[in-house]
Design a protein around this ligand. Structure first.
Ligand code: ADP
Ligand code: MG
Length: 865
C-alpha cells in the first residue's frame, strides 16, 4: 500500500480524536469528509461520493462548500449525529508544509444554539448521567439556549429513563465505564445521541453555579455536564444559571406510555401538537411561555400549596378580562428573552437582537402595572430586578439606532452622538459625498453636459462618466481618462481621488469603530444576564397563567378543589380535546364519582360508546388540575395523584407499532408494581391481545390484585361482560356502563355513563351500522341468541376469588359441561381441555405476578395445542 500523504496523516490523527463525529475537514473552499464518514454522509445528505487517489488506494471522499456548510451540518445534527468542524488555523500562504488544522467546534444535538434543531417552543436538553456506588443515579441537565440548569438524584433506573424521555432530552453524557445495558435500556425507550465525559472535577470558574448543590453526588453530576461543555464548546458559558435541585417525586409521575396515550403534548397517530392537551391549554403568546407550558404538562405538581398558588393567579387573571387582554397584547411584543440571554453570553447576538431585547425590557414596567391591577399579591414574586435593567435599557437607547442591520460588520448600528470619533468620521464621509454631489453640478454647468454624472464602483472608486455622444463638448485635457465603455468614457481628476481617499478611509474606520463599539455594548449587556433571565422566567409564568385564564374563560372551565379524603367528585366533566373537535354542544358531559366503596369502576358498553374517552377524561382533568389550570366540568373535586398509569389493550394500541401481548403485559406489570394508593390507573380493555378465556382470566386477576393489594383509584374498561359479576365479591368495585339505546333497530350511543352494567355488547348493531351484508348480521343474531341461552347458566366471572371456590360453575368436574355438550356442541370440552381447566382452577392467581401468570397461561396453551 502506498504511503499516505502528509495531509492524510494529519486528517487521520485528528479523526482519531473524534471518532464519534463527522469530521468536516477544511480544504480550501470545501469541507471534505473521507472514508466511512464520506460514505455515510453521502447517503444521509444525498451528495455525491467521489474519491481521492487511484486504484486500490482510492479513498472515498465527499465534500460540501464552506459557505453552505451550516445547512448540511444542521441536517446531520437533526438526525442525531455529531459534527467536528476542523478549520485551517494558519494562513496557507505562510504555511511551511501542511497547513495547520484544528477542530474549532464540536456540534452536537444537545449543544446547538440555533438552526433547525432548535424549536421555538421546545427546550433543547443535554443531560449528564452519573452512576454511584450506592446504586443511585445523578442527573444534571441544561438547555444551552436558555442557560437553565437543574440536577437531581434518582434511585430507580426506570425513573431515570422516564426523566430523560419525558423532557425530550437530545443528548446524554455519560462516563465511558457506564454499564452498556443501562444505555441500551434508555435508547430503547428514547433514542438519543450519546457522548462521553470522564472528567468530573468542577471547573473553578463555575463554582458559583453550585450554591444549591449540597451533596457531592449532585456536584459531581453537574461537573460532568459542565466539563463536557467546556471541552466541546470552547467559548463563554456565562449565561448558565445557578443549578436548581429538583426531586423527581415532587412531580406527578407519568411514564412515556401514559403520556403518549393521554396525548398530552402530541397526538397518538400524527405526532402533532394539534389534538393534544397542550394544543388546548397552551394559549401563550411568547416562545418562552410556550416552552414553559409544555414543561408544566410533562410534570404536573403534587404540592397542593404550589398548585393552589397557580390556580389563584389564574383566578385573578380570569376576573380581569380587559387588563388580561392588554397584558397579553404587551406580551406579544416581548421577544424570547431567555434565548437572547443565551446569545448574549455566547457573544453571537447582533444589534437588531439587542434592540429587540431593549424593546422587550421596556415593556416590563407596563407588565408590572397590569399585574399590580390584577394580582397585587404576586407582584413581589415576579418582579424586583427591573430597576437594574433600566441601566441596560438606557445604554442600548443611547448606543443603538432603532432599526440596525443584521450584519455587525458593515456599520449602521451605532446612534449619532454616542461616540465623538465615530461622528467625526461620519461627518467626513458625509461632507466628502456632499462635495462630490456639488462637483457633479459644477461640472455639468461648466461643460454643458447635462447627462454628466459621478458614479462609484469597487474597482475604480469614484469616476466622472460622459456618454460618447457628448464627448466633443469636453475641453481637451480637462479630465484623466480611466475606463472606456461601449457608449461612455469614465474619467477621474486628482481632486476627486483625494476626496475619495478621505471618504473611503473614513468609511473603513467607521465600520471598524462601529464594530468595536458594538462589541463593547454587547459585553456590557453580559453583566445583566442574571436579571434578564429572572425577568424571562417571570414573564413566561405570567404568559402561561394568563393563557390558562383565557382558555378557562372561553371554554367554561371551573376551578378544581382538592380532596384530602381521596375522593373524586366530578360533575359534568368533559374531555378537553374531544369536546373541541366534535360539533359544538354535542359533547355529552359525564360525572365521575369515586370514593369509599367506589375505588374501582368497571366500565362496560358497546364499542364506540365512549369508554376510552371517559377514562382519559378523568386523567386529563387530573393533569390539568395539577398544573394549575381550571378544568372542563361544572364542578370538580379530585385527590392529588402521585402517579397516573394508562394501559391500553394491545389490540387497540395500533399506533405504536409494537402491539404484542407481551408489551401489554410488561406495561401492566409496571403499573401494578409502581402504583400506590394515591395513584390513578386506567386500564383500557386489558387482556384483549390474547384469546378470550386467557384475556378474561388475566383481566379478572389484575382487577382483584389492584382491588386487594394496590388500592389505587382505577378505571377498567372491558368488553368481557362476565367480569361485571365481580362487584358481588369485590366491595370497592362498582359497575358503570355507557348507555346506548336502540331506535328502529339501530343503536344510538348516548355517551352517557351511568351506574350498573351494560346489558349487551351491541357489536352486531355496530356491524349493521357498518352495513355488513344482512345475511351476516342476521346469522350473527341467531348465533348470539343460541350462545346466550347455552351459557345462561355459566355466566359470571371465570374464577371466583378463592373463598368462593365452591361456587364455581364452569370448571368443576360435574356433568354440567357434558350436559351442555349434548345440547350445545358449541361449548363441548375435551379431556385435555378439562385437565387444563382444572389446573387453572387450582391456581392461586391472587398470589402470582403478572409474569408468572403469562408463563402459566403459556403452559396451558401448550397443553391445548
Ligand atoms: P369506546 O372506547 O367505548 O370504543 P371511544 O371512547 O373511543 O369509545 O369513543 C368513540 C367516539 O365517540 C369518540 O371518538 C368520540 O367522537 C365519541 N364520544 C365519546 N365520548 C363522547 C361524549 N361524552 N360525548 C360525545 N361524543 C363522545
Ligand atoms: Mg376504547
Amino acid at each position: 500500500m502506498a504511503q499516505n500523504t502528509p495531509m492524510m496523516n494529519q486528517y487521520l490523527e485528528i479523526k482519531a480524536q473524534h471518532q464519534d463525529a463527522f469530521l468536516f475537514f477544511r480544504l480550501g473552499d470545501f469541507y471534505e469528509m473521507f472514508f466511512e464518514d464520506a460514505k455515510l454522509a453521502a447517503q444521509e445528505l444525498e451528495i455525491t461520493l467521489t474519491g481521492r487517489g487511484q486504484g486500490e488506494d482510492r479513498i472515498p471522499m465527499c465534500g460540501v462548500p464552506y459557505h453552505s456548510a451550516d445547512q448540511y451540518m444542521s441536517r446531520l445534527i437533526e438526525k442525531g449525529y455529531k459534527v467536528a468542524l476542523c478549520e485551517q488555523v494558519e494562513d496557507p500562504k505562510q504555511a511551511k508544509g501542511v497547513v495547520k488544522r484544528e477542530v474549532v467546534k464540536l456540534l452536537t444535538p444537545g449543544t446547538m444554539m440555533n438552526g433547525n434543531v432548535i424549536k421555538e417552543k421546545e427546550n433543547n436538553y443535554l443531560v449528564a448521567l452519573s452512576y454511584f456506588e450506592d446504586k443511585t443515579y445523578g442527573l444534571a441537565r441544561t438547555d444551552l439556549t436558555t442557560g437553565e440548569c437543574a440536577a437531581t438524584l434518582i434511585v430507580d433506573l426506570e425513573d431515570v429513563i422516564h426523566d430523560i424521555a419525558s423532557s425530550g432530552t437530545k443528548e446524554l453524557v455519560v462516563a465511558t465505564d457506564l454499564d452498556q445495558s443501562v444505555l441500551k435500556r434508555i435508547q430503547e425507550k428514547h433514542p438519543l445521541t450519546i457522548s462521553y465525559e470522564d472528567v468530573t472535577e468542577l471547573a473553578y470558574d463555575y463554582i458559583h453555579l453550585c450554591d444549591n448543590l449540597h451533596s457531592d453526588k449532585l456536584q459531581l453530576s453537574f461537573a460532568r455536564l459542565l466539563q463536557y461543555l467546556v471541552r466541546t464548546q470552547k467559548r463563554s458559558l456565562n449565561h448558565l444559571q445557578k443549578v436548581t435541585v429538583y426531586q423527581s417525586d415532587s412531580f406527578m409521575k407519568m411514564d412515556t406510555h401514559t403520556k403518549r396515550n393521554l396525548e398530552l403534548t402530541e397526538s397518538l397517530r400524527e405526532k402533532k401538537k394539534a389534538g393534544s392537551l397542550l394544543s388546548i391549554v397552551d394559549q401563550t403568546v411568547t416562545a418562552m411561555g410556550g416552552r414553559l407550558v409544555k414543561n408544566w404538562i410533562e410534570r404536573p405538581l403534587i404540592d397542593q400549596t404550589a398548585i393552589e398558588k397557580r390556580l389563584e393567579q389564574v383566578t385573578s387573571f380570569l376576573n380581569a378580562y380587559f387588563e388580561r387582554e392588554e397584558l397579553r397584547d404587551e406580551l406579544r411584543q416581548v421577544y424570547d428573552l431567555e434565548r437572547l440571554a443565551g446569545r448574549i453570553a455566547y457573544g453571537s447576538v447582533n444589534a437588531r437582537e439587542l434592540v429587540q431585547l431593549k424593546r422587550s425590557l421596556e415593556k416590563v414596567p407596563l407588565l408590572k402595572e397590569q399585574i399590580r391591577k390584577m394580582a397585587p399579591e404576586s407582584v413581589g414574586r415576579w418582579f424586583g430586578q427591573e430597576e437594574h435593567v433600566q441601566e441596560l435599557i438606557d445604554l442600548l437607547n443611547r448606543s443603538l439606532v432603532e432599526d440596525p442591520p443584521i450584519s455587525v460588520t458593515e456599520g449602521g448600528m451605532i446612534r449619532p452622538g454616542f461616540h465623538d470619533e465615530l461622528d467625526t468620521y461620519r461627518d467626513a464621509s458625509k461632507n466628502g459625498k456632499q462635495w462630490i454631489a456639488e462637483l457633479e453640478q459644477k461640472e455639468r454647468l461648466e461643460t454643458g453636459v447635462k447627462s454628466l454624472k459621478i458614479g462609484f464602483n469597487k474597482v475604480f472608486g469614484y469616476y466622472i462618466e460622459v456618454t460618447r455622444a457628448n464627448l466633443h463638448l469636453l475641453p481637451e485635457g480637462r479630465y484623466e481618462r480611466k475606463q472606456t465603455l461601449t457608449n461612455a468614457e469614465r474619467y477621474i481628476t486628482p481632486e476627486l481621488k483625494d476626496k475619495e481617499a478621505l471618504i473611503l478611509e473614513a468609511e473603513e474606520k467607521m465600520e471598524q469603530l462601529e464594530y468595536d463599539l458594538f462589541v463593547n455594548v454587547r459585553e456590557e449587556a453580559k453583566s445583566y444576564l442574571e436579571q434578564i433571565q429572572a425577568l424571562a422566567h417571570s414573564i413566561s409564568e405570567i404568559d402561561v397563567l394568563a393563557g390558562f385564564a383565557t382558555v378557562s374563560e372561553q371554554l367554561h372551565y371551573v376551578k378544581p378543589t382538592f380532596s384530602t379524603k381521596r375522593e373524586i367528585a366530578i360533575i359534568d366533566g368533559r374531555h378537553p380535546v374531544v369536546e373541541t373537535v366534535i360539533e359544538k354542544g354535542q359533547y355529552v358531559a359525564n360525572d365521575v364519582l369515586m370514593n369509599q366503596g367506589r375505588e374501582m369502576l368497571l366500565i362496560t358498553g358497546p364499542n364506540m360508546a365512549g369508554k376510552s374517552t371517559y377514562m382519559r377524561q378523568l386523567a386529563l382533568l387530573a393533569v390539568m388540575a395539577q398544573i394549575g389550570c381550571y378544568v372542563p366540568a361544572t364542578s370538580a373535586e379530585l385527590p392529588i395523584f402521585d402517579q397516573v398509569f394508562t394501559r391500553i389493550g394491545a389490540a387497540d394500541d395500533l399506533a405504536s407499532g409494537q402491539s404484542t401481548f407481551m408489551v401489554e403485559m410488561l406495561e401492566t406489570k409496571y403499573a401494578l408494581t409502581k402504583a400506590t394508593q394515591n395513584s390513578l390507573i386506567l386500564l383500557d380493555e386489558i387482556g384483549r391481545g390474547t384469546s378470550t378465556y386467557d384475556g378474561m382470566a388475566l383481566a379478572q386477576a389484575i382487577i382483584e390484585y389492584i382491588h386487594n393489594t394496590v388500592r389505587a383509584k382505577t378505571l377498567f374498561s372491558t368488553h368481557y361482560h362476565e367480569l361485571t359479576q365481580l362487584d358481588k365479591s369485590l366491595e370497592d368495585l362498582k359497575n358503570v356502563h355507557v348507555s346506548a339505546v336502540e331506535e328502529n333497530g339501530n343503536v344510538v350511543f348516548l355517551h352517557k355513563v351511568v351506574d350498573g352494567q351494560a346489558d349487551r355488547s351491541y357489536g352486531i348493531y355496530v356491524a349493521e351500522l357498518a352495513e355488513l351484508p344482512l345475511q351476516v348480521t342476521q346469522r350473527a343474531e341467531t348465533l348470539l341468541k343460541q350462545f346466550e341461552e347455552s351459557t345462561a347458566s355459566v355466566r359470571g366471572p371465570l374464577i371466583q376469588p378463592p373463598q368462593a371456590e365452591q361456587q364455581l360453575s364452569l370448571f368443576i368436574e360435574d356433568e354440567h359441561p357434558k350436559k351442555s355438550e349434548e345440547k350445545q356442541p358449541s361449548v363441548s370440552i375435551t379431556g385435555q381441555e378439562e385437565k387444563v381447566l382444572k389446573k387453572l382452577v387450582k391456581k392461586d392467581v391472587l398470589h402470582m405476578t403478572p409474569i408468572e401468570a403469562i408463563q402459566f397461561i403459556n403452559e396451558l396453551q401448550r397443553l391445548l395445542k
